[in-house]
Design a protein around this ligand. Sequence first.
Ligand SMILES: Cc1cc2nc3c(=O)[nH]c(=O)nc-3n(C[C@H](O)[C@H](O)[C@H](O)COP(=O)(O)O)c2cc1C
Length: 250
Amino acid sequence: MSDDTSKKILVINGSPKREKSFTMTATRAFVGGMVKERESTVEYINIPDMNIKPCRGCLSCWGRTEGECVIKDDDMGLLMKKLKEADFVIHSYPLYFFGMPGAFKTFIDRMLGMFETYKGFMPAPDEGLSHRFRDTDKEQHFAVISSCGFSEGEEVFAPLRGQYDLIYGRGNYTAIFCPQIKALVEAGSTHRLAAFTGMAEKAGRMFMQQGFIDEETAAELSKPWFSKKTYRILAERFWQEQKEAGGKNS
Ligand SMILES: Cc1cc2nc3c(=O)[nH]c(=O)nc-3n(C[C@H](O)[C@H](O)[C@H](O)COP(=O)(O)O)c2cc1C
Protein backbone atom coordinates (compact mmCIF):
# COMPACT_ATOMS: atom_id res chain seq x y z
CA MET A 1 0.00 0.00 0.00
CA SER A 2 1.28 3.48 -0.75
CA ASP A 3 0.46 6.65 1.17
CA ASP A 4 1.18 10.34 0.65
CA THR A 5 4.73 10.06 1.87
CA SER A 6 5.54 7.02 -0.26
CA LYS A 7 7.72 7.70 -3.31
CA LYS A 8 7.21 6.64 -6.91
CA ILE A 9 10.15 4.94 -8.54
CA LEU A 10 10.06 4.39 -12.30
CA VAL A 11 12.65 2.03 -13.75
CA ILE A 12 13.02 2.04 -17.52
CA ASN A 13 14.83 -1.05 -18.72
CA GLY A 14 16.30 -0.67 -22.19
CA SER A 15 17.93 -4.08 -22.47
CA PRO A 16 16.52 -6.33 -25.20
CA LYS A 17 17.16 -9.13 -22.69
CA ARG A 18 14.51 -7.68 -20.38
CA GLU A 19 14.64 -9.41 -16.94
CA LYS A 20 17.73 -11.39 -18.01
CA SER A 21 19.67 -8.15 -18.39
CA PHE A 22 22.99 -8.12 -16.50
CA THR A 23 22.56 -4.38 -15.99
CA MET A 24 19.37 -5.16 -14.11
CA THR A 25 21.46 -7.11 -11.56
CA ALA A 26 22.85 -3.75 -10.50
CA THR A 27 19.55 -1.93 -10.95
CA ARG A 28 17.50 -4.40 -8.89
CA ALA A 29 19.99 -4.18 -6.00
CA PHE A 30 20.01 -0.37 -6.25
CA VAL A 31 16.19 -0.18 -6.23
CA GLY A 32 16.11 -2.74 -3.40
CA GLY A 33 18.21 -0.33 -1.33
CA MET A 34 15.90 2.58 -2.17
CA VAL A 35 12.83 0.66 -1.07
CA LYS A 36 14.51 -0.43 2.17
CA GLU A 37 15.25 3.20 2.92
CA ARG A 38 11.72 4.45 2.34
CA GLU A 39 8.34 2.99 1.46
CA SER A 40 7.89 3.34 -2.29
CA THR A 41 6.01 2.01 -5.25
CA VAL A 42 8.22 0.64 -8.01
CA GLU A 43 7.21 0.28 -11.63
CA TYR A 44 9.40 -1.48 -14.18
CA ILE A 45 8.95 -0.71 -17.87
CA ASN A 46 10.69 -2.77 -20.56
CA ILE A 47 11.34 -0.54 -23.53
CA PRO A 48 11.47 -3.51 -25.98
CA ASP A 49 7.84 -4.30 -25.06
CA MET A 50 6.60 -0.77 -25.68
CA ASN A 51 5.23 0.56 -28.92
CA ILE A 52 7.33 3.70 -29.38
CA LYS A 53 7.36 5.20 -32.85
CA PRO A 54 10.41 7.19 -33.96
CA CYS A 55 10.31 10.98 -33.65
CA ARG A 56 9.20 12.54 -36.96
CA GLY A 57 11.44 15.56 -36.52
CA CYS A 58 8.57 18.04 -37.09
CA LEU A 59 9.44 20.03 -33.90
CA SER A 60 5.71 20.65 -33.28
CA CYS A 61 6.27 19.80 -29.60
CA TRP A 62 8.58 22.85 -29.41
CA GLY A 63 6.37 25.11 -31.53
CA ARG A 64 2.85 24.74 -32.86
CA THR A 65 1.64 22.23 -30.23
CA GLU A 66 4.09 23.24 -27.46
CA GLY A 67 4.68 20.38 -25.04
CA GLU A 68 2.51 17.97 -27.06
CA CYS A 69 3.72 15.34 -29.48
CA VAL A 70 1.71 14.92 -32.67
CA ILE A 71 2.11 11.13 -32.55
CA LYS A 72 -0.84 9.84 -30.54
CA ASP A 73 -1.16 6.20 -31.56
CA ASP A 74 1.59 4.62 -29.49
CA ASP A 75 2.64 4.14 -25.83
CA MET A 76 4.65 7.35 -25.48
CA GLY A 77 1.76 9.43 -24.10
CA LEU A 78 1.33 6.98 -21.23
CA LEU A 79 5.08 6.83 -20.64
CA MET A 80 5.36 10.64 -20.49
CA LYS A 81 2.57 10.71 -17.88
CA LYS A 82 4.49 8.16 -15.80
CA LEU A 83 7.72 10.13 -16.24
CA LYS A 84 6.04 13.31 -14.98
CA GLU A 85 4.53 11.59 -11.94
CA ALA A 86 7.64 9.74 -10.77
CA ASP A 87 9.82 11.01 -7.92
CA PHE A 88 12.76 8.89 -9.08
CA VAL A 89 13.45 7.92 -12.68
CA ILE A 90 16.07 5.26 -13.34
CA HIS A 91 17.37 4.40 -16.79
CA SER A 92 18.90 0.92 -17.02
CA TYR A 93 20.45 -0.47 -20.19
CA PRO A 94 23.57 -2.04 -21.76
CA LEU A 95 26.19 0.04 -23.54
CA TYR A 96 25.88 -0.48 -27.30
CA PHE A 97 28.62 1.01 -29.48
CA PHE A 98 29.61 3.42 -26.71
CA GLY A 99 26.07 4.77 -26.37
CA MET A 100 22.52 3.79 -25.51
CA PRO A 101 20.72 1.00 -27.43
CA GLY A 102 18.69 2.19 -30.42
CA ALA A 103 15.22 1.54 -28.97
CA PHE A 104 16.14 3.50 -25.86
CA LYS A 105 17.39 6.41 -27.98
CA THR A 106 14.06 6.40 -29.82
CA PHE A 107 12.35 6.74 -26.44
CA ILE A 108 14.65 9.64 -25.42
CA ASP A 109 14.05 11.43 -28.74
CA ARG A 110 10.32 11.28 -28.15
CA MET A 111 10.79 13.05 -24.79
CA LEU A 112 11.69 16.28 -26.60
CA GLY A 113 8.35 17.95 -25.85
CA MET A 114 8.90 17.44 -22.11
CA PHE A 115 11.84 19.84 -22.29
CA GLU A 116 11.58 23.59 -22.76
CA THR A 117 11.86 24.90 -26.28
CA TYR A 118 15.41 25.90 -27.23
CA LYS A 119 15.42 29.65 -27.70
CA GLY A 120 18.90 30.29 -29.01
CA PHE A 121 21.14 29.67 -26.01
CA MET A 122 21.92 26.92 -23.58
CA PRO A 123 23.42 27.18 -20.12
CA ALA A 124 26.76 25.41 -19.67
CA PRO A 125 26.33 21.82 -18.42
CA ASP A 126 27.57 22.71 -14.93
CA GLU A 127 25.21 25.65 -14.59
CA GLY A 128 22.29 23.31 -14.05
CA LEU A 129 19.88 21.44 -16.22
CA SER A 130 20.89 22.09 -19.84
CA HIS A 131 17.52 21.17 -21.21
CA ARG A 132 15.04 22.35 -18.56
CA PHE A 133 11.86 20.36 -18.05
CA ARG A 134 8.72 22.18 -19.11
CA ASP A 135 5.88 23.07 -16.68
CA THR A 136 7.13 21.37 -13.57
CA ASP A 137 8.20 22.36 -10.11
CA LYS A 138 8.18 18.77 -8.97
CA GLU A 139 11.39 17.61 -7.35
CA GLN A 140 12.62 14.62 -9.33
CA HIS A 141 15.82 12.63 -9.18
CA PHE A 142 17.44 10.81 -12.08
CA ALA A 143 19.88 7.93 -12.33
CA VAL A 144 21.38 6.05 -15.22
CA ILE A 145 22.75 2.56 -14.68
CA SER A 146 24.56 0.96 -17.57
CA SER A 147 26.86 -2.01 -18.01
CA CYS A 148 29.31 -3.09 -20.64
CA GLY A 149 31.66 -5.85 -21.68
CA PHE A 150 34.95 -3.97 -21.91
CA SER A 151 37.31 -3.34 -18.98
CA GLU A 152 38.02 0.27 -19.87
CA GLY A 153 34.90 1.73 -18.21
CA GLU A 154 36.09 5.32 -18.09
CA GLU A 155 36.86 5.46 -21.81
CA VAL A 156 33.88 3.52 -23.16
CA PHE A 157 31.29 5.35 -21.06
CA ALA A 158 32.72 8.83 -21.78
CA PRO A 159 30.31 9.57 -24.71
CA LEU A 160 27.30 8.53 -22.61
CA ARG A 161 28.45 10.65 -19.68
CA GLY A 162 28.81 13.61 -22.04
CA GLN A 163 25.31 13.04 -23.40
CA TYR A 164 23.75 12.89 -19.91
CA ASP A 165 25.69 16.00 -18.85
CA LEU A 166 24.03 17.80 -21.76
CA ILE A 167 20.54 16.36 -21.28
CA TYR A 168 20.21 16.50 -17.48
CA GLY A 169 23.04 18.89 -16.58
CA ARG A 170 26.30 17.93 -14.88
CA GLY A 171 25.63 17.08 -11.23
CA ASN A 172 21.87 16.72 -11.77
CA TYR A 173 21.87 12.97 -12.24
CA THR A 174 23.54 9.92 -10.78
CA ALA A 175 25.56 7.63 -13.06
CA ILE A 176 26.61 4.07 -12.34
CA PHE A 177 28.57 2.55 -15.18
CA CYS A 178 29.62 -1.06 -14.66
CA PRO A 179 32.36 -2.66 -16.80
CA GLN A 180 32.95 -6.44 -17.15
CA ILE A 181 29.48 -7.19 -15.81
CA LYS A 182 28.80 -10.51 -17.54
CA ALA A 183 32.01 -11.95 -16.11
CA LEU A 184 31.16 -10.55 -12.69
CA VAL A 185 27.71 -12.17 -12.70
CA GLU A 186 28.62 -15.46 -14.39
CA ALA A 187 32.32 -16.13 -13.94
CA GLY A 188 33.23 -14.33 -10.75
CA SER A 189 33.02 -15.62 -7.20
CA THR A 190 29.71 -15.35 -5.34
CA HIS A 191 31.61 -13.31 -2.77
CA ARG A 192 32.60 -10.73 -5.37
CA LEU A 193 29.07 -10.55 -6.78
CA ALA A 194 27.61 -10.16 -3.27
CA ALA A 195 30.07 -7.33 -2.61
CA PHE A 196 28.90 -5.62 -5.81
CA THR A 197 25.15 -5.99 -5.16
CA GLY A 198 25.69 -4.96 -1.51
CA MET A 199 27.41 -1.81 -2.71
CA ALA A 200 24.62 -1.14 -5.24
CA GLU A 201 22.05 -1.54 -2.47
CA LYS A 202 23.94 0.89 -0.26
CA ALA A 203 24.05 3.34 -3.17
CA GLY A 204 20.28 2.96 -3.61
CA ARG A 205 19.73 3.84 0.04
CA MET A 206 21.91 6.92 -0.40
CA PHE A 207 20.05 7.90 -3.57
CA MET A 208 16.73 7.71 -1.72
CA GLN A 209 18.09 9.71 1.26
CA GLN A 210 19.72 12.55 -0.62
CA GLY A 211 18.71 12.29 -4.30
CA PHE A 212 22.23 11.52 -5.50
CA ILE A 213 25.15 9.27 -4.61
CA ASP A 214 28.58 10.55 -3.73
CA GLU A 215 31.45 10.32 -6.19
CA GLU A 216 33.34 7.71 -4.17
CA THR A 217 30.40 5.29 -4.19
CA ALA A 218 29.81 5.83 -7.93
CA ALA A 219 33.52 5.21 -8.59
CA GLU A 220 33.52 2.03 -6.47
CA LEU A 221 30.54 0.66 -8.40
CA SER A 222 32.10 1.59 -11.72
CA LYS A 223 35.46 -0.08 -11.20
CA PRO A 224 36.50 -3.23 -13.09
CA TRP A 225 36.37 -6.36 -10.93
CA PHE A 226 39.04 -8.37 -12.74
CA SER A 227 42.61 -7.44 -13.63
CA LYS A 228 43.25 -6.95 -17.34
CA LYS A 229 45.33 -10.16 -17.37
CA THR A 230 42.57 -12.29 -15.80
CA TYR A 231 39.95 -10.66 -18.00
CA ARG A 232 41.83 -11.55 -21.16
CA ILE A 233 41.92 -15.18 -20.08
CA LEU A 234 38.18 -15.11 -19.27
CA ALA A 235 37.36 -13.44 -22.58
CA GLU A 236 39.42 -15.91 -24.62
CA ARG A 237 37.82 -18.84 -22.79
CA PHE A 238 34.33 -17.39 -23.33
CA TRP A 239 34.75 -16.92 -27.10
CA GLN A 240 36.32 -20.36 -27.44
CA GLU A 241 33.31 -21.93 -25.69
CA GLN A 242 30.96 -19.96 -27.93
CA LYS A 243 32.74 -21.25 -31.02
CA GLU A 244 32.57 -24.82 -29.77
CA ALA A 245 28.84 -24.47 -29.03
CA GLY A 246 28.30 -23.34 -32.64
CA GLY A 247 24.70 -22.16 -33.23
CA LYS A 248 23.41 -23.95 -30.11
CA ASN A 249 23.59 -20.89 -27.81
CA SER A 250 22.12 -18.27 -30.11
C1 LIG B 1 25.20 -4.47 -30.31
C2 LIG B 1 26.11 -4.50 -29.12
C3 LIG B 1 27.02 -3.46 -28.95
C4 LIG B 1 27.85 -3.43 -27.83
N1 LIG B 1 28.74 -2.42 -27.68
C5 LIG B 1 29.57 -2.39 -26.61
C6 LIG B 1 30.51 -1.34 -26.45
O1 LIG B 1 30.57 -0.40 -27.23
N2 LIG B 1 31.37 -1.40 -25.39
C7 LIG B 1 31.31 -2.42 -24.48
O2 LIG B 1 32.10 -2.40 -23.54
N3 LIG B 1 30.40 -3.41 -24.58
C8 LIG B 1 29.53 -3.42 -25.62
N4 LIG B 1 28.60 -4.44 -25.76
C9 LIG B 1 28.45 -5.41 -24.66
C10 LIG B 1 27.27 -5.05 -23.72
O3 LIG B 1 27.34 -3.70 -23.32
C11 LIG B 1 27.30 -5.93 -22.48
O4 LIG B 1 27.19 -7.27 -22.84
C12 LIG B 1 26.22 -5.55 -21.48
O5 LIG B 1 26.70 -5.79 -20.18
C13 LIG B 1 24.91 -6.30 -21.68
O6 LIG B 1 23.96 -5.79 -20.76
P1 LIG B 1 22.51 -6.41 -20.59
O7 LIG B 1 22.70 -7.84 -20.15
O8 LIG B 1 21.91 -5.57 -19.50
O9 LIG B 1 21.76 -6.29 -21.87
C14 LIG B 1 27.76 -4.48 -26.85
C15 LIG B 1 26.82 -5.53 -27.05
C16 LIG B 1 26.03 -5.54 -28.17
C17 LIG B 1 25.03 -6.67 -28.33
